[in-house]
Design a protein around this ligand. Structure first.
Ligand SMILES: [Mg+2]
Length: 263
């Protein structure tokens, strides 16, 4: 008996949708995703980098005994889908299919506004950097400001801006000089900056192209689907969306979907 599935793709936000933010997906989610890989293309999409996708998702699917064949149906939309990776079973490894880095012009604009703003506020700590370390790092689809560099100790990093006030004032100044760009405070000393439009709309548009599917064939799961939330661009684009409060809601929904299709 064949099953007429109207959805071919299940797409997921990661933090608070598949896991507790910043942690690996729990075993229950891993087991459900492995089962879903027999029926659907599975597409996690989030602002994080490739290494985090491996730690949070792929390694955990391995523990749930995912096969190479199943992994060919997993599609990683990294850095809001500005990078796309898929599994190559012959090489037994992940390969980058595309990468849309910031333009050279945007890199210069963002780097300049961060350095100028931090200097004006007295938060440019170049004298505290370890040899060879840098405050501003080009992560291709975003620029990251790390006040004390990448290699500073956790304690020093935590002490630098525990209430986020320094970074909020840097962001405020940057926004005055360079509005429309996307600013996000993260970690203990970091500010991430991306170009306008490099949100989930970018990633979901490319997902449709790469997987050769129509919008109505995709079901999206996210926890921040309200206006202003980072999943909202997906809702605005007209995708069918399930809003979850946590990975427990996602598990509940996936069990329902699997229950219907495996009959
Ligand atoms: Mg989320």
């Amino acid at each position: 008996m064949t099953h007429q599935l109207t959805k071919r793709v299940l797409a997921f936000d990661i933090d608070q949708t598949l896991n507790i933010a910043k942690t690996p997906i729990p075993p229950e989610i891993a087991e459900l995703l492995v089962k879903c890989l027999d029926y659907f293309e599975i597409c996690p999409i989030s602002g994080q980098k490739f290494e985090q996708f491996l730690i949070q998702i792929v390694d955990e699917l391995g523990k749930a005994h995912v096969t190479d064949e199943q992994l060919t149906h997993l599609h990683l939309f990294v850095a809001q889908g500005t990078q796309y990776y898929r599994f190559n079973p012959e090489k037994h490894d992940w390969e980058q299919v595309y990468n849309h880095p910031l333009t050279e012009e945007d890199v210069v604009k963002i780097t300049t506004v961060l350095e100028d703003s931090a200097k004006e506020l007295g938060f440019w700590e170049a004298d505290q950097l370890a040899a060879g370390d840098e405050i501003i790092e080009n992560r291709l689809s975003q620029i990251t400001f790390s006040a004390l560099g990448q290699t500073a100790g956790t304690e020093a990093k935590y002490a630098w801006d525990p209430d986020c006030k320094k970074r909020q004032s840097i962001v405020k100044k940057c926004q005055e000089k360079l509005p429309d760009f996307l600013y996000e405070i993260g970690g203990t000393t970091s500010i991430n900056v991306a170009a306008p439009g490099m949100n989930k709309e970018f990633g979901m548009t490319h997902l449709l192209e790469e997987l050769h599917v129509e919008k109505h064939e995709v079901l999206y799961f996210g926890d921040m689907t309200q206006p202003g939330g980072n999943d909202y661009p997906v809702v605005q684009m007209g995708f069918d969306t399930i809003t979850v409060r946590s990975h427990e809601d996602t598990a509940y929904a996936l069990r329902g979907i699997l229950g219907v299709i495996s009959k």
